[in-house]
Design a protein. Structure first.
Length: 153
């Protein structure tokens, strides 16, 4: 189980890093150029065919399964917290918040007409996902330390 917790910490940390890039500098860069809306539409289309989406979404069910296992097996509560945080704070926000905004931008006859509203709503949601993925990563790391006997559960 130690290896699984380490792998989950690294994977959710990778997701956090991608999201962080968007919240910190990518969205500000796209906001600064006239073609920002069109570029974001392109990014959203490309990312759907990348290895990132299976990682992002695939970790959700795995996180919940590990949380259930940890809860019922009397394992680390850090693993329970990590699973809940990732499933709801990352996958849930993605499905309920970011994806509908991406779809709206993609379907707009002129994406530039909805761009300001998109930026105002999408970026805070993405920052929430960033914090949730980073928190899950840290919780998985703490769970790994607890399993290794180096921390209090």
């Amino acid at each position: 189980m130690l290896g699984v917790m380490i792998a989950m910490s690294l994977a959710s940390g990778l997701v956090a890093g991608v999201f962080y890039g968007f919240s910190d500098f990518i969205m500000r860069s796209l906001r600064a150029v006239p073609e920002g809306a069109a570029a974001m539409v392109s990014i959203n289309r490309v990312i759907l065919r990348s290895s990132f989406v299976p990682l992002l979404i695939g970790l959700g069910p795995l996180a919940l399964a590990l949380a259930a296992w940890a809860y019922w097996a009397g394992g680390s509560l850090w693993a329970v917290a990590a699973g809940v945080i990732y499933a709801f704070g990352v996958v849930g926000v993605t499905i309920v918040g970011n994806v509908p905004l991406n779809n709206r931008l993609d379907r707009a006859a002129d994406p530039a007409t909805v761009w300001a509203d998109y930026l105002a709503r999408w970026t805070p949601l993405n920052t929430l996902r960033t914090v949730a993925a980073a928190a899950a990563s840290l919780c998985y790391l703490q769970a790994a330390l607890a399993i290794a006997g180096q921390a209090v559960t």
